[in-house]
Ligand binder design. Structure first.
Ligand SMILES: NC(=O)C1=CN([C@@H]2O[C@H](COP(=O)(O)OP(=O)(O)OC[C@H]3O[C@@H](n4cnc5c(N)ncnc54)[C@H](OP(=O)(O)O)[C@@H]3O)[C@@H](O)[C@H]2O)C=CC1
Ligand SMILES: C[C@H]1O[C@H](OP(=O)(O)OP(=O)(O)OC[C@H]2O[C@@H](n3cnc4c(=O)[nH]c(N)nc43)[C@H](O)[C@@H]2O)[C@@H](O)[C@@H](O)C1=O
Length: 313
């Protein structure tokens, strides 16, 4: 990407999109095009077609999606499937019609079969049944990967797909029900400390294992792969290390300085037991993460504390 290239970041107000924008600005890119969902609803085929026709971006980071944690995915099943298909279909097809040179599609580690061997290699895609709580979202994400590959095969488009592991960082969603586990814990432990509560309740059994990557590390990886990766299929983005949800809760509790007990709410779903990314393909391209989990949680908590209003999406 030349420094003067016109780059569209779809979803620039979100956690990932805003991190990609920060990275591109730091690298000196000046011709970045953005639109919030209030100005450009990516579910609208016509609005997206008009936008691409008018702006003619050269590069696209597709980081707009309907996103949420395990309960949001499981509750708004129709919305997660329909809206994500709409957004990605519209952006990918309009990119093709308007000669976009390269597009990056962001998927998720939930595309892999629920009980796939660990760590998850890229070629485990479509080898078994999906985790039920996020099947609609995963189906949309798998369709996005296949769209990129089909447009490459039929039309020669250089569209690439990256699969980030669970993310956290600046500008995360702190909605009490709809967020992912890390922001949910940051908020809950913080509020319990402020209110002097005796305990904090976390969801599920505490035994599932998850891997976490700081969103600014993800943005570094996306930037790196946008320059260096030009293949069909997918590439995992993660750290290659995981921990149990109970261990995560202990880490967040310690970072925040909460001194009460941790209780479990077994009525909430556990989701997939484990989804550790195999990052050997990513490492072979020459990229590795730099922000370890304890440091990242501190940074995310500082960001949470700095906000006047808690972000809820
Ligand atoms: N967070 C995570 O743990 C993970 C995220 N990912 C992927 O990374 C990408 C970004 O996620 P993340 O940043 O966390 O999500 P956020 O919820 O923080 O941001 C999503 C963004 O998408 C935009 N958006 C949603 N619907 C529309 C719409 N109809 N029209 C236009 N824009 C829309 C929102 O725009 P606006 O703010 O203007 O409303 C928002 O900026 C997604 O593809 C997600 O699947 C992958 C793995 C893990
Ligand atoms: C990124 C990924 O995110 C989603 O999958 P998930 O990994 O299961 O995401 P999660 O962060 O919501 O939960 C992780 C684990 O943590 C436990 N847990 C404890 N306490 C809270 C809690 O308070 N909130 C939440 N959300 N989870 C909690 C929870 O029970 C689960 O065992 C996908 O739907 C899909 O969107 C996707 O791709």
């Amino acid at each position: 990407m030349e420094k003067s290239a016109k780059i569209y970041i779809a979803g620039h107000r979100g956690m990932v999109g805003s991190a990609i924008k920060r990275k591109l600005e730091k690298e000196g890119f000046e011709n970045i095009v953005v639109r919030g969902s209030a100005e450009l609803d990516l579910r609208s085929q016509q609005a997206v077609a008009d936008f691409f026709e008018q702006e003619k971006p050269e590069y696209v980071f597709l980081a707009a999606a309907k996103v949420g944690g395990i309960v949001a995915n499981n509750t708004y099943r129709a919305d997660f499937l329909y809206e994500n298909l709409q957004i990605q279909n519209n952006v990918i097809h309009s990119s093709y019609l308007n000669g976009v040179k390269k597009l990056m599609f962001l998927g998720s580690s939930c595309i892999y079969p629920k009980l796939a061997p660990q760590p998850l290699k890229e070629d485990y895609l479509l080898t078994g049944p999906l985790e039920d709580t996020n099947e609609p979202y995963a189906i949309a994400k798998i369709a996005g990967i296949k769209m990129c590959d089909a447009y490459r095969a039929q039309y020669g488009c250089n569209y690439i797909s990256v699969m980030p592991t669970n993310l956290y960082g600046f500008n995360d969603n702190y909605h009490p029900q709809n967020s992912h586990v890390l922001p949910a814990m940051i908020r809950r432990f913080h509020e319990a400390k402020e209110q002097g509560l005796p305990s904090v309740t976390i969801w599920g059994s505490g035994t599932p294992k998850r891997e976490f990557l700081f969103a600014d590390d993800l943005a570094e990886a996306c930037y790196y792969l946008m320059q260096n990766f030009n293949e069909p299929g997918l590439v995992n983005i993660g750290t290659g290390e995981d921990l149990s949800i109970k261990e995560l809760a202990e880490l967040v509790k310690q970072t925040i300085g909460f001194e009460g007990e941790i209780l479990l709410d077994a009525s909430k779903p556990d989701g997939t037991p484990r989804k550790l990314m195999d990052v050997s393909k990513l490492h072979a391209t020459g990229w590795k993460h730099t922000i370890e989990l304890p440091e990242g949680i501190k940074l995310a908590y500082e960001d949470f504390l700095s906000k006047q209003v808690i972000t809820e999406r």
